[in-house]
Design a protein around this ligand. Structure first.
Ligand code: ADP
Ligand code: MG
Length: 356
């Protein structure tokens, strides 16, 4: 983009930020700077005083290790805010950190933030209110698939249709877009977290081994897959034997993990197929050129693109840096307000206030 001195000057005195408030991770991008925060959406809270103790990475590291008076909470569930106050505190903390990084005191920021497609008016307003309460001057809502598509470089403002499958922590969001916006969508509560649970279940059933969610996630990232790997691998897993109660190490293979994940992976495949069934043939034809784009952390599951491609007979590709697509795409709004402004989601006036 060409250097624009007016924008540069404005940038010195105002702050435009994009936020991806995810069930698993929250990312913050500052216009002109790039991504400055990328941390798990976790908060630890002192149960008695209801006070946050740690936020982000620090909180996630405490998972499964907290003393009795401390709980680790994720303020979002299934892509929407489930704990309003905790969300506000978390956003306040992240936005505050962005401010700290600046040498001059800045006015409150303008914020663009992604929301899942198909959420209710109340859920939308909760996001809006949480960001305002966290210190924003102005808030723009953008549907996440639109943001993902922009971040992945898909030509959504052209007439051609495109499709994004975003696999996050809590939900898989399937969206078909053409120039008017999202034309078909599916939201599924099977995503990264569910895959972790599948691994926990498998180890429990087959080896009587109890492992925590953090370890299950590591197994998934290391040797999890949705399609046979060129060379299958193994990994040592530590946990507690449920029968003896003693610590134990078990060696598991990528074939076993794939087996553990297969039912959930199939649900994801079927949902994508279902969405494809609904779209007009013209758009299907477009997809034959452009393929289906995978985004979100779940897109990194080895062999997922191959598996989908095999079953759907379409090209399926993983976006570059799928974990940051939404925030990068949302950030593009400030650069191209004229063309992308049409995608901003409005709020109905006077809709009822959410319950905290
Ligand atoms: P959200 O938008 O819900 O915050 P993200 O897009 O940040 O979710 O993705 C988080 C999910 O991606 C987690 O379930 C995480 O385990 C999963 N994930 C991240 N990296 C990998 C990987 N290499 N393989 C499989 N899953 C991954
Ligand atoms: Mg996401």
């Amino acid at each position: 983009m060409a250097f624009n001195p007016i924008n540069w000057l404005l940038g010195l005195f105002s702050l435009d930020i994009a936020i991806d408030l995810g069930t698993a991770n929250t990312l913050v991008l500052v216009r002109g700077k790039g991504i400055v925060i990328n941390e798990p959406s976790w908060v630890t809270i002192d149960k008695k005083q209801r006070l946050p103790l740690s936020i982000g990475l620090e909180a996630k590291e405490m998972l499964g290790r907290t003393p009795g008076n401390v709980v680790v909470v994720r303020p979002l569930r299934d892509g929407v805010i489930s704990e309003f106050d905790v969300t506000r505190v978390m956003l306040e903390y992240f936005i505050g950190r962005v401010h700290e990084q600046s040498v001059v005191p800045l006015p409150r920021p303008r914020v663009v933030i992604g929301i899942p497609t198909g959420v209710t008016e109340v859920e939308k307003r909760a996001v809006y209110d949480a960001v305002m309460a966290a210190g924003a001057r102005q808030v723009f809502l953008l549907e996440e698939p639109i943001a993902s598509a922009l971040g992945a470089g898909l030509p959504i403002s052209e007439t051609r249709g495109s499709m994004v499958v975003d696999i996050g922590g809590g939900t898989t969001e399937v969206a078909v877009m053409s120039m008017s916006g999202v034309v078909a969508s599916r939201s599924l509560r099977v995503a990264g977290d569910e895959l972790d649970q599948d691994i926990i279940q498998y180890l429990r059933n087959k080896y009587n081994l109890l492992v925590g969610q953090g370890i299950a996630e590591k197994i998934k990232m290391n040797i999890g897959s949705a399609y046979p790997l060129p060379t299958e691998r193994t990994m040592e897993v530590r946990g507690r034997n449920l029968v003896t109660g003693l610590p134990e190490t078990v060696e598991i293979s990528s074939v076993e993990v794939r087996d553990a994940l297969s039912a959930s992976v199939q649900v994801i495949v079927d949902t994508v197929r279902d969405a494809l069934d609904e779209i007009p043939p013209e758009i299907v034809a477009d997809l034959m050129d452009i393929g289906i784009c995978l985004a979100g952390g779940g897109a990194l599951l080895q062999g997922l693109a191959e598996r989908l491609s095999d079953e759907l007979n379409l090209r399926v590709w993983v976006a570059e840096d799928p974990l940051t697509c939404v925030v990068r795409g949302a950030g593009m709004l400030f650069e191209n307000f004229d063309t992308l402004g049409i995608y901003i989601v409005g709020l109905e006036r006077g809709s009822t206030h959410h319950n905290v």
